[in-house]
Design a protein around this ligand. Structure first.
Ligand SMILES: Cc1cc2nc3c(=O)[nH]c(=O)nc-3n(C[C@H](O)[C@H](O)[C@H](O)COP(=O)(O)OP(=O)(O)OC[C@H]3O[C@@H](n4cnc5c(N)ncnc54)[C@H](O)[C@@H]3O)c2cc1C
Length: 379
């Protein structure tokens, strides 16, 4: 067993850490207020070859592994979780299903622009009446000559305003009284396709979260992604990988909250002593550090299993569940250590908590993760 990062992973970590500190972190507070999408940061990430990091070089990717993707997601999220989720969704929800299930032609056409940073990746699963129960999809695609004609809507879709195309799920028929759900690639400039970007969110304000409305959107039949009727399964498999990204975000946010709490505890004096001299503060920080260490190890293990081509559903779900919950706990404790200042936006720790909350909801809520784990352990 070897707990060291490889040379390549270490190099990626060093590069992205510097970039996160020097380029991403400085504007994070302003972007949280202005809700401005970090387009310039992504231009630079694209120049650095990060936008297709784990995908094959023949599609413009960097051929790196899932651990490297997790490292980049953690570091970006440590600096700015809005940037982190944009990146995570771009790779693990947008690029991944094309990479996993696309034909060679589809990969050339749709994965390559994602890897080159010419299009953001996005993933359309959730609907107004189909959230945790994603199989409750009501969007329909009907056959008409050589085309699919799609009608329906999707909610809370990350990155769609900046995507040239995205894969979404739709009912393509009925089989034995059951819905046949397929995945279809839809260009976002198709006639009848409207993307609405006006949610008022609690956090992750600089990320793009959208509603999609499809009104007789016509796409060629060749835009079917993977096998007809396998769309739901394909999207669930995609989410297994996506959960590694959400877990890495959790580690990044928790690390940022911890770093600030530790620093503040050494500066702030009460009763003639710094907070860090009180044992109760030391114990809080010790617990925070322990949870972060554990969560990071869980992320790396799930990523490693995925790269070995071994089953990783349970580990990804556990990492996602644990990292998102400790991210909330650590952010909460960081606010507590800051006292009244922690409640003020100026000190940034409150942003960590607002951003971390999404991790307990997106890509399967904590309740759904417990259901996934329960199934995996044979309940
Ligand atoms: C900022 C943001 C970005 C997102 N990005 C995307 C994206 O890019 N693509 C995409 O497709 N979706 C995206 N989502 C959607 C997200 O995945 C869903 O919000 C999530 O899966 C939960 O679905 P829901 O909101 O409909 O909640 P519901 O399913 O209505 O759940 C409500 C509550 O009921 C609980 N619950 C539901 N069923 C059960 C059960 N069987 N047992 C116990 N408890 C249960 C849930 O855990 C939750 O606490 C995003 C959401 C947000 C907020």
């Amino acid at each position: 067993m070897n707990f060291d990062l490889t040379q390549e992973q270490q190099m990626i970590k060093k590069t992205i850490k510097e970039f996160a500190d020097e380029v991403v972190a400085p504007g994070a507070v302003d972007r949280d207020r202005s809700k401005e999408f970090p387009a310039d940061i992504f231009k630079q990430l694209s120049d650095m070859g990060m936008m297709g990091l784990p995908f094959d070089e023949k599609y413009g990717g960097a051929g790196a592994d899932t651990t490297s993707f997790a490292i980049v997601t953690e570091e970006l999220s440590r600096a700015c979780a809005s940037t982190g989720i944009t990146y995570s969704a771009h790779i693990s929800l947008g690029g991944a299903p094309l990479n996993l299930f696309g034909t060679e032609q589809q990969k050339q056409r749709y994965l390559t622009p994602i890897c080159k940073g010419e299009s953001f990746g996005a993933f359309g699963l959730t609907e107004p009446n189909a959230g945790s129960d994603a199989g409750g999809t009501q969007t329909r695609a009907t056959e008409d000559g050589d085309d699919w004609v799609i009608n329906g809507s999707k909610v809370y879709i990350t990155n769609a305003s900046y995507a040239n195309h995205l894969a979404l799920t739709a009912i393509t028929g009925m089989e034995g009284g059951k819905k046949e759900i397929s995945a279809i690639i839809v260009p976002t400039d198709a006639e009848g396709f409207t993307i609405i970007d006006n949610y008022e969110k609690m956090g992750l304000n600089a990320s793009n979260t959208t509603e999609l409305v499809l009104d007789n959107v016509r796409v060629p039949k060749e835009n079917l992604l993977g096998k007809r009727g396998q769309g739901f399964k394909q999207f669930m498999a995609t989410l297994d990988g996506g959960r590694i990204g959400i877990a890495a975000m959790g580690v990044g946010i928790a690390q940022a909250a911890f770093d600030r709490a530790l620093r503040y505890s050494k500066e702030r004096k009460q009763f003639g002593k710094t907070l860090s001299e009180f044992q109760i503060t030391q114990f809080k920080l010790a617990d925070m550090a322990m949870k972060i260490e554990l969560a990071r190890n869980m992320v790396y293990k799930a990523a490693w299993l995925k790269d070995q081509g071994r089953p990783f559903t349970k580990e990804a779900s556990m990492a996602k569940l644990y990292a998102s919950e400790i991210s909330m706990e650590v952010a909460d404790e960081a606010i507590q250590i800051h006292g009244g200042y922690g409640y003020m936006k100026e000190y940034e720790v409150e942003r960590y908590m607002r951003d971390a909350k999404l991790l307990e909801i997106g890509e399967g809520t904590s309740e759904i993760q417990r259901m996934v784990i329960a199934r995996q352990i044979g309940c």
